[in-house]
Write a protein of this length. Structure first.
Length: 104
């Protein structure tokens, strides 16, 4: 997976074998839910992330820290959600989001 932005973000990471989490505002018992939006996230394969992150605004965001509650292996004392404007998100070389437009 690759995430880029006009301000300099260029992050690549593997997601092979990972399952995406789709979160809505209507959680089932025991589920996490963002407010007030809909969120899709996937935990990178541990040790596969490389590149540069520039955070400057609202959505999408990248979480850094604990990932075990989302299917990862990392347990940390905290978790930060970091935000950026005008992202481009590509999966397997195919652009799925550019700025605010979802293309997939």
């Amino acid at each position: 997976m690759r995430l880029t932005s006009p301000r300099g973000t260029d992050l690549r990471f593997g997601i092979a074998g990972r399952v995406a989490n789709v979160l809505t505002n209507i959680p089932n018992p025991g589920e996490l839910a963002p407010v007030p939006d809909i969120e899709v996230n996937v935990v990178p394969v541990t040790g596969s992330a490389e590149g540069t992150l520039i955070f400057d605004a609202s959505v999408p965001y990248v979480g850094i820290g604990t990932s075990h509650t989302l299917g990862g292996e990392v347990v940390a004392p905290t978790h930060y959600d970091l935000l950026m404007w005008k992202p481009t998100i590509a999966v397997d070389g195919r652009i799925v989001q550019r700025d605010k437009e979802v293309l997939a």
